[in-house]
Design a protein around this ligand. Structure first.
Ligand code: NAP
Length: 483
């Protein structure tokens, strides 16, 4: 049987698995299976490619090099995904995403280089339509590659996460963008026979260099805190670059996969921006959270009207919790940093065994990526029914005896509702301040992601339990047991 005739069918099956995989990823219960289905589809598609006639024309050497790439890449991806900490997930995605963009750019470079004429003289090797898609793939892929590399560097602390601003910045960025687009158009015009004497290889190299510089210039002025949104946007770019590579190589599966990534990346970027009440333009050019005003130590925050922060002890906080009827746990980024999810589950179980009703309030952008809190709490086997979305839980705060805020900050800041001058004004927040009592666990008075002070800490109902989330929750559990 000729396996080659089955390749299109295999690609179709793989494309269906990608769609099913994305559908599965939309809910925590189905996410793991969704991921597996899509991964199996990808393996099938890669396997089928080995039977492709053009691929086979590369001979044994081509086969061995590809197989080696598959093994090395697969092993690196598998190991990386296994060992990465949840809090480091954004930089991991940046790394993978950059690799995808870079690969799409390389495909375009090789396709153009294969047929380009160094002097622009003589017969033109490729059609102008193919050059256009190749140049699109090269530009978007290279921007995504260098932009993701900078995003990774900022998140990993390899380069300063601060927004890098300089005078004439917009001019430089516009020149880089304009230059790469003009050179690409020149190359397309050259392959269409409209302009003669264009050194095609040199022009293509120029486009690649300008696109790489543009990616750097685009991401450097963005504060490290905005990187999750930027990475999601670059992810959408990579999808488009891959789709363009699909057109270049005449490979339908790349077109489908790239389009799916492009669409889902765009939707995710919009969801994140919306949940922060910011436009994508504001993320790219607003330098939000670029220079946190933090640095205060515990107890340092004081309002102009004399209100101060009130610190509490483990025993007092435990007594409040033990005698409450309704407790709402509000997890945030600090819970993820401290890896306190198992301790929180233990505390909730203990409280429930004493007749306290415990639920969890989930803000859509709590943590550093969408679904961060859901994944963390699922890891500790917190029943999914206990997790309440912001819209559902907000009316419940008024009935809660205690809101226990663990490592969450911005998503609880009432300034988003009340202070028009606040950078987070308009961002939907959890109405923690409406609970009867509020206990906040964090290590200091340092601000969170947005770099701003939190009015909640000055509320007379609020008591601060300073300490690492894991340690503090463990001590609370012990104290509740002793109550
Ligand atoms: P946050 O505002 O960043 O605050 C986290 C708090 O956790 C900090 O104030 C920190 O205070 C505390 N913390 C850190 N390590 C801790 C530890 N070991 N133990 C106890 N506390 C610890 O977090 P958030 O309330 O979850 O808000 C998320 C922010 O990220 C929002 O501003 C959102 O817009 C942004 N964002 C989210 C996403 C997403 O998709 N989720 C994407 C982009 C941006 P101390 O240092 O004093 O302990």
């Amino acid at each position: 049987m000729d396996f080659r005739s089955l390749i299109p069918l295999t690609y179709l099956i793989a494309a269906v698995t990608f769609v099913l995989g994305l559908k599965g990823l939309s809910g925590p219960k189905t996410a793991v299976n969704g991921n597996r289905i899509a991964a199996a589809g990808m393996l099938l598609a890669v396997g089928a490619t080995f039977f492709d006639i053009e691929f086979q024309s590369y001979g044994t050497t081509g086969l061995l090099i590809t197989a080696a790439g598959l093994v090395i890449g697969g092993a690196a991806g598998f190991t990386g995904a296994r060992v990465v900490k949840m809090t480091a997930m954004p930089q991991m995605v940046a790394l993978f995403n950059g690799a995808g963009g870079g690969a799409a750019a390389l495909v375009s470079i090789l396709e153009v280089a294969r047929t380009a004429s160094p002097t622009g003289a003589g017969a033109l090797g490729i059609a102008s339509g193919a050059t256009a898609t190749s140049m699109l793939g090269l530009m978007i892929g290279a921007v995504s590659f260098s932009g993701s590399a900078i995003a990774f560097g900022k998140l990993q602390g390899l380069i300063t996460p601060r927004a890098f601003k300089y005078s004439g910045q917009q001019f430089v960025t516009s020149i880089l963008f304009g230059g790469m687009v003009l050179l690409s158009l020149l190359l397309v015009a050259s392959t269409a026979g409209l302009v003669a004497g264009v050194p095609q290889l040199a022009v293509m190299t120029g486009v690649a260099v300008l696109a790489l510089l543009f990616g750097i210039a685009l991401v450097m002025p963005i504060g490290g805190a905005d990187m999750p949104v930027v990475i999601s946007l670059l992810n959408a770019f990579t999808g488009l670059a891959v789709a363009a590579a699909g057109f270049t190589l005449d490979n339908q599966l790349l077109i489908v996969a790239g389009t799916l990534v492009g669409a889902s990346g765009t939707i995710l970027t919009r969801l994140m921006s919306k949940a922060m009440n910011r436009s994508i333009g504001n993320v790219l050019f607003g330098a939000f959270g670029a220079a946190p005003s933090g640095g205060e130590t515990a107890g340092a925050m004081r309002a102009d009207d004399g209100r101060t922060v009130r610190a509490t002890t483990v025993d007092d906080a435990a007594t409040l919790l033990a005698y409450a009827r309704n407790v709402i746990v509000v997890p945030g980024y600090g819970l993820a940093v401290a890896q306190a999810q198992h301790n929180v589950r233990e505390l909730a179980d203990l409280l429930e065994s004493r007749g306290v009703n415990v639920v969890y309030a989930i803000h859509p952008v709590a943590g550093r990526m969408p679904g961060h809190m859901n994944v963390l709490l699922a890891e500790a086997n917190v029943p999914y029914e206990k997790l309440m979305d912001m819209e559902a839980v907000n009316p419940e705060f008024a009935r809660a005896d205690v809101a226990l805020v663990i490592g969450a900050n911005d998503v609880t800041n009432p300034a988003a509702r009340t202070s028009k001058s606040s950078p987070i004004y308009g961002m939907p927040i959890l109405d923690v301040d409406k609970a009867q009592q509020v206990i906040v666990i964090k290590r200091s008075m340092k601000p969170g992601f947005a770099g701003i002070d939190n009015d909640l800490y000055l509320d007379p109902k609020t008591q601060m339990l300073f300490g690492d989330a894991k340690d503090a929750v463990a001590k609370l559990t012990a104290a509740v047991k002793a109550t």
